[in-house]
Ligand binder design. Structure first.
Ligand code: ADP
Ligand code: ZN
Length: 610
C-alpha cells in the first residue's frame, strides 16, 4: 500500500466508491491525526471503512478486535479481494497457521489484522504487538463490554489494557447499539473519555416496514414472497422451534430453498445452513431468535415475522438484518389477536419479580403500540429510540396507504361488558360467539344465551370483533389471566370507556393482502424486466461461478448494488468499469474482463434479435 495515498484516494482506488458517507470522512481524519473515536452507526451504515481506511493510510498494522469469528473470515476475504493484505487470528486456526501469520505480521506484510479478544489478551500476542508499529486499534461490536446487554463478553472488560500498554496508538470503538447507558459503559470501560464521538441517526431508510393483520399467515407469506421476493434471500422468524421446522418444510414443499435454524439443531447442521445462506443465491432461513448475531450478509432482501417479537429492541434488531447493502428491502410482519394474547400470557405467567415484569410489560406495550398505530411506523420506532424524526417516512404501510379509523366506543363497551357478564373466565373465541348470538354447546352449558349481551353484536362480523378484542388487549383495556386458558380480564383502564366518558378510536383493519388493490400499490419490486433481466441473471451466474471457484460468498466478488449498476450502465471499457460503484483497481484487474465480456455478448445478442 502506497503510504502517501489520501483517505479519499484509498476509497476510490481500492474500494471503488466515489465519496464518503456521513460521517466517515471526519472519523477517518480523527484517527489519521492520531485521535480516538467512538462511532455509533446503524447496521449497514458503513462502519468498517471508518477503521480500514485510516489503518491503510497510517504506518503499521491496524488491529481490529471482533467477537464474531465467522464475520472475521468474511471481512478478510473481502479485503483480500480488494488487494489489501489482511489476516485473522482466532481459535479456528491451528498452530502452524498461527505461527505463519505471526511471521507475516512481524515482517510487516499485514496491513489489517482481525483478532478475537481472548487471543489478543494472551501474553504472547501482546508481546508480539509490543514490537510492532501499530496503526490503530479498532474495537468492533463495542457494546460487548456492557454487562447489561445480551452480547456481553467478559474479555471485553480487559480491553482497557490497550490504552495502558499502547498509549500512543489511536483507538476507535464501534457499535450499532444506541442506548445511552451502553454508550457510557463503553467510554468508561475502554477509557475513551477523550474520544471524539460520532452518533448517527438510526434510520434505515431503505427498509420498508409493513405490519398486517393475520388471516391465513402462510398464504399471506406465500403471496408476499411470490410477488415481491421470488428469488431473494431472506429470514423468516418464528417463536418456537416446532413452528420453525413446520414452516421450513412447508416452504420447501412450496418450492423455496428454506432451511431451519434454531438452538435445538446440532452445531453442524446450523453451521451448514448458515453457510448455505451466505454462499448460495436465494436461500431463506426460517429461524427462532437464535439466528442473527454475526450474520453480515449484505443482500438479505426481506425479514418476515410470523410471530410478534417481545420488544421493539428485538424487532428493530431482527428487521435490521435486511438490506445492509442499502438496496430496497422489506420488514414484513403479520399478527393477530391470538399473538397478542399469547405474549401477554407468557409475560404474566413468567416468574420474575414485579419490577422485572413491569419493565417487560412496558416493552411489550411499546411493541403492540407499533402494531396498532395508525400513523408512520418508522417515526414511532425512531421516537422510541430517542431520535426526533420529525417527518413522516413515506416508506411504511401506514404512510403508503393511510390507515382509517372508526369510532369504536360502542363496540368496545359491548366487548368489555361481554367479558364482564360472562365472569371474566373466557377467551376471545367464546366472547365473540356470545356477541354474535351463537347457541353452541358451550354457550348453552354456561347459560350464556340468556345474557343481555348474547347477540348484541350482530352489527359486526367475526373478523371485526376479533379486531376489536385485539386492540383492546393490545391497548391494555383487557388483560390475560395467569391460568393459561386465555381468559380475558377487565383492567382499571376500562372504567371511563364503560361509563361512556372516553371515546375509543380503533383502526380499521385492511382486508388481507391478496391480489387486492391495497397490497399492489405498496409492492416493492427490486428486480429487472426484459433484456435487463436477462443480463442481470447472466451477471449473477458469472458472479456465482467466480465465488464458487474461490469458495467465498457471491457478494464478496461484487455486491448487488455493483451488479445493478452494471446492468444499467453496461460498461464495456476499463474506464467505464472503474466508474461503477464497488469496482476498484484490483477487482477491475481480476474480474473486469469476465463481466465486460458478458455485457458485450449481451449487447450483440440484442442486436441480433432486432
Ligand atoms: P456496518 O458495519 O456499519 O453494518 P459496513 O461497513 O458493512 O456496515 O457497510 C455496509 C455496506 O455499505 C457495505 O456494502 C459497504 O461496502 C457499503 N459502503 C460503506 N461505505 C460506503 C461508501 N462511502 N460508499 C459506498 N458504499 C459504502
Ligand atoms: Zn412511514
Amino acid at each position: 500500500m502506497d503510504s502517501i495515498e489520501t483517505p479519499l484516494g484509498v476509497l476510490q482506488h481500492t474500494f471503488g466508491y466515489d465519496q464518503f458517507r456521513e460521517p466517515q470522512a471526519q472519523v477517518i481524519d480523527t484517527l489519521v491525526a492520531g485521535g480516538d473515536a467512538l462511532v455509533i452507526m446503524p447496521t449497514g451504515g458503513g462502519k468498517s471503512l471508518c477503521y480500514q481506511i485510516p489503518a491503510l493510510v497510517r504506518e503499521g498494522v491496524g488491529v481490529i478486535i471482533s467477537p464474531l469469528i465467522a464475520l472475521m473470515r468474511d471481512q478478510v476475504n473481502a479485503l483480500n479481494q480488494l488487494g489489501v493484505s489482511a489476516a485473522y487470528l482466532n481459535s479456528t486456526l491451528d498452530h502452524d497457521q498461527i505461527w505463519q501469520i505471526e511471521q507475516q505480521i512481524a515482517s510487516g506484510e499485514i496491513d489489517l489484522l482481525y483478532i478475537a479478544p481472548e487471543r489478543l489478551l494472551q501474553a504472547r500476542t501482546l508481546q508480539l504487538l509490543a514490537q510492532l508499529n501499530i496503526a490503530l486499534f479498532a474495537i468492533d461490536e463495542a457494546h460487548c463490554v456492557s454487562q447489561w446487554g445480551h452480547d456481553f463478553r467478559a474479555d471485553y472488560l480487559n480491553l482497557g489494557i490497550l490504552h495502558e500498554r499502547f498509549p500512543a496508538v489511536p483507538r476507535i470503538a464501534l457499535t450499532a447499539t444506541a442506548d445511552e447507558r451502553t454508550r457510557g459503559e463503553i467510554v468508561k470501560r475502554l477509557g475513551l473519555q477523550q474520544a471524539a464521538s460520532f452518533l448517527c441517526g438510526f434510520d434505515r431508510p431503505n427498509i420498508q416496514y409493513r405490519i398486517t393483520q393475520k388471516s391465513n399467515a402462510r398464504q399471506q407469506l406465500l403471496q408476499f414472497l411470490k410477488h415481491e421476493h421470488a428469488n431473494d434471500a431472506g429470514i423468516v422468524y418464528c417463536l418456537s422451534r416446532k413452528k420453525v421446522e413446520d414452516v421450513a418444510s412447508w416452504m420447501s414443499a412450496e418450492g423455496y430453498t428454506a432451511l431451519p435454524y434454531h438452538a435445538g439443531l446440532s452445531t453442524q447442521i446450523r453451521q451448514n445452513h448458515q453457510d448455505r445462506f451466505l454462499r448460495e443465491d436465494g436461500v431463506i432461513i426460517v429461524a427462532t431468535v437464535a439466528f442473527g448475531m454475526g450474520i453480515d450478509k449484505p443482500d438479505v432482501r426481506f425479514v418476515a415475522h410470523l410471530d410478534l417479537p417481545k420488544s421493539l429492541e428485538a424487532y428493530y434488531q431482527e428487521t435490521g438484518r435486511a438490506g445492509r447493502d442499502g438496496l430496497p428491502s422489506n420488514a414484513w410482519m403479520v399478527y393477530g389477536v391470538q399473538d397478542v394474547i399469547k405474549l401477554r400470557q407468557m409475560l404474566e405467567m413468567s416468574n420474575g419479580d414485579d419490577q422485572h415484569k413491569r419493565a417487560e410489560r412496558y416493552k411489550l406495550d411499546a411493541m403492540l403500540g407499533l402494531c396498532e398505530i395508525t400513523t408512520c411506523r418508522r417515526q414511532a420506532l425512531l421516537h422510541y429510540f430517542g431520535d426526533p424524526a420529525e417527518a413522516k417516512c413515506g416508506n411504511c404501510d401506514a404512510c403508503l396507504i393511510p390507515i382509517e379509523t372508526w369510532d369504536g366506543s360502542e363496540a368496545a363497551q359491548k366487548a368489555l361488558s361481554c367479558a364482564y357478564r360472562t365472569g371474566q373466565r373466557f377467551g376471545v373465541n367464546h366472547l365473540v360467539d356470545v356477541l354474535l348470538g351463537k347457541d353452541g354447546d358451550k354457550i348453552q352449558q354456561f347459560g350464556h344465551d340468556t345474557l343481555s349481551v348474547h347477540g348484541l353484536g350482530k352489527d359486526l362480523d367475526v373478523t371485526q370483533w376479533r379486531s376489536v378484542f385485539r386492540q383492546l388487549v393490545a391497548r391494555g383495556y383487557l388483560t390475560v389471566d395467569v391460568s393459561g386458558f386465555g381468559s380475558l380480564l377487565l383492567t382499571e383502564k376500562c372504567r371511563p370507556v364503560l361509563k361512556g366518558e372516553e371515546s375509543l378510536h380503533l383502526r380499521k383493519d385492511r382486508k388481507a393482502e391478496r391480489k387486492g388493490r391495497g397490497s399492489k400499490s405498496i409492492r416493492t419490486k427490486v428486480t429487472f424486466t426484459g433484456h435487463d433481466e436477462t443480463l442481470w441473471q447472466a451477471l449473477r451466474v458469472i458472479r456465482k461461478d467466480l465465488a464458487d471457484e474461490q469458495a467465498v460468498p457471491p457478494y464478496i466478488i461484487f455486491g448487488d448494488a455493483t451488479l445493478k449498476e452494471m446492468v444499467s450502465a453496461q460498461p464495456i471499457s476499463e474506464t467505464q468499469m472503474l466508474n461503477i460503484i464497488g469496482v476498484g483497481e484490483t477487482k477491475l484487474e481480476r474480474y473486469g474482463d469476465a463481466f465486460m465480456g458478458a455485457i458485450r455478448e449481451h449487447q450483440v445478442d440484442i442486436l441480433d434479435k432486432v
